[in-house]
Design a protein around this ligand. Structure first.
Ligand code: HEM
Length: 275
């Protein structure tokens, strides 16, 4: 029961994150005039954007419920670090709900001001903390001893790349380099006077460093886990480059988000942390 609840919490949190990405890509963030209910009651909105946003809120509510139930299940029967990690997941679920409300009240999805961009990015980081804390809980309770692991020097560059990717998206810097790759705004190394170009160029370069780390990891470990991780990073590259070259074709934006956060959960499950 506890295992099933934890898996549901992980699954729903992940779905919330990609659904949130779709809300952003379709500019549906402000489609519902009130909060928490779209029109103040339970009626199904007619407008597609409002349905998208209402759907996002519903899935977030379910994710919150599963996080709460898994926390109760862990706290009642198990002690130790799992108590702390579920506590963190629950705390950030509450704070993410408050941030979501603040975003809508301040019309942050228009991304007009830097504070709004940071608020939106912070909201995604909150979701990453929830997903990460749940995955670590699962790992603490159910990962078998002796399974292979991913070294921290592979995890850290990937995490930084994912975090800068979130910033690229939520500062509206996605199109700063134009629809081109490997060039950015017409250059292999673009002028950095526009901070949005500089941000995306940094994200791209971090991605190259990450790819090299995954290659080094594969060559050194030569096991199934290293091969699968290398495959995942290449899939992420293919989605990212196709998204840019296609001029941000929605299904590719969706796949980029979905694979980015899957990669995050996968790496967090397998990373080796020596204390
Ligand atoms: C290690 C490989 C990479 C990882 C792990 C990664 C990860 C991410 C993540 C997690 C996001 C945010 C998605 C979201 O919040 O919905 C993102 C956004 C983005 N990434 Fe990457 N990325 C990688 C490689 C690349 C490459 C090679 C490019 C350039 C071709 C690129 C261009 C972008 C752009 C333009 C966005 C913003 C998308 C938007 O505005 O909708 N990424 N990335």
């Amino acid at each position: 029961m506890r295992r099933a609840l934890l898996l549901l919490a992980i699954l729903f949190t992940y779905v919330v994150m990609i659904w949130g990405g779709m809300v952003r890509s379709t500019d549906s963030g402000l489609a519902c005039p009130s909060w928490p209910l779209c029109y103040g009651d339970f009626s199904l909105p007619k407008d597609l954007s409002a349905r998208m946003e209402m759907g996002h809120r519903t899935v977030s509510g379910l994710a919150g419920l599963f996080v709460f139930l898994s926390t109760v299940a862990v706290w009642r029967n198990i002690g130790g670090p799992a108590k702390l990690t579920t506590g963190i997941a629950l705390l950030f679920t509450l704070s993410a709900a408050l941030t979501g409300m603040k975003m809508i009240k301040s019309e942050a999805p228009h991304l007009k001001y830097v504070e709004h961009m940071l608020l939106e990015s912070f909201h995604i980081y909150e979701s990453m903390i929830i997903l990460g804390a749940l995955v670590v809980t699962y790992r603490l309770l159910y990962k078998k001893e002796g399974e292979s692991y991913i070294p921290i020097w592979v995890y850290v560059p990937a995490l930084v790349t994912i975090m800068t990717g979130v910033l690229v998206r939520y500062t509206g810097s996605g199109e700063a380099c134009g629809h081109e790759w490997p060039t950015c705004a017409g250059y292999l190394v673009p002028p950095m006077d526009d901070w949005k170009v500089a941000l995306q160029f940094t994200h791209r370069n971090l991605a190259y460093i990450t790819w090299l780390m995954f290659l080094a990891y594969l060559l050194r470990f030569r096991d199934k886990l290293a091969l699968f991780a290398f495959l995942l990073i290449n899939v992420q590259f293919v989605f990212a480059v196709s998204m840019v070259l296609s001029g941000f074709f929605l299904p590719l934006v969706f796949l980029d988000t979905a694979s980015g956060f899957f990669l995050f959960a996968f790496l967090t499950y397998h990373v080796r942390v020596r204390l």
